[in-house]
Design a binder for this molecule. Structure first.
Ligand code: COA
Length: 163
């Protein structure tokens, strides 16, 4: 059940949860992980916004956005990870984050770059309305190598039409 789901804007006090979640076993090849200082810098750089999904009082995952409320009106979904994958937590979390972003800012385009073989993530993005645009070659410097990313986006008119 998701009746007690809530989305909260995260702050530095949430760093232990965020850092624990991005370090879950098996996530190292799927998402980045930052040291504490880099997260702390992001919290105050005016560009990043973090959100946490909660089931009751229990945090279920986090989303990190970059270019929050940017004048260019494009916001990047920079990182998303949940505690218990494959149970709908990610879909609830990201759908709520997308809604909040469109409500609270003038953003026109939400964009994500994911590794093409991350089919679970792709399915989640598609379920929310993101569309695949194509492969961005060598765009992710990750674990010491340059990896391709699948670019997916969701535009405000598409999101509004789906509401
Ligand atoms: C990506 C992530 C946030 C998605 O959250 P989630 O809670 O696992 O996703 P959901 O359960 O809401 O949805 C996953 C969908 O993928 C499907 N799925 C699960 N495993 C799959 C697989 N191996 N191949 C294809 N689809 C798969 C599920 O059936 C579900 O689709 P449905 O809702 O149509 O049934 C989560 O899996 C996660 O934290 N992964 C590790 C970090 C990561 O990959 N982050 C994304 C980087 S871009």
């Amino acid at each position: 059940m998701n009746t007690s789901f809530s989305l909260v804007r995260a702050g530095p006090d949430d760093l232990p949860f965020i850092m624990r979640t991005e370090r879950q076993e098996g996530y190292d090849r799927l998402v980045g992980r930052w040291e504490e200082q880099r997260h702390r810098d992001a919290f105050v750089d005016g560009s990043h916004a973090y959100f946490i999904g909660c089931d009751g009082a229990t945090p279920t995952g986090f989303v990190m956005l970059r270019f929050w409320n940017a004048v260019e009106r494009t916001t990047l979904v920079r990182r998303v990870a949940v505690v218990n994958p494959g149970q709908g937590q990610g879909r609830r979390l990201l759908a709520a984050t997308v809604a909040r972003t469109f409500h609270e800012t003038d953003v026109h385009r939400l964009v994500i770059g994911l590794f093409p073989d991350n089919l679970r993530a792709r399915r989640m993005y598609e379920a929310i309305g993101f569309q695949a645009e194509g492969i961005s070659r060598g765009s992710a410097y990750f674990g010491g190598e340059y990896r391709d990313e699948l670019v997916m986006s969701l535009l405000r008119p598409e999101w509004e039409a789906s509401c």
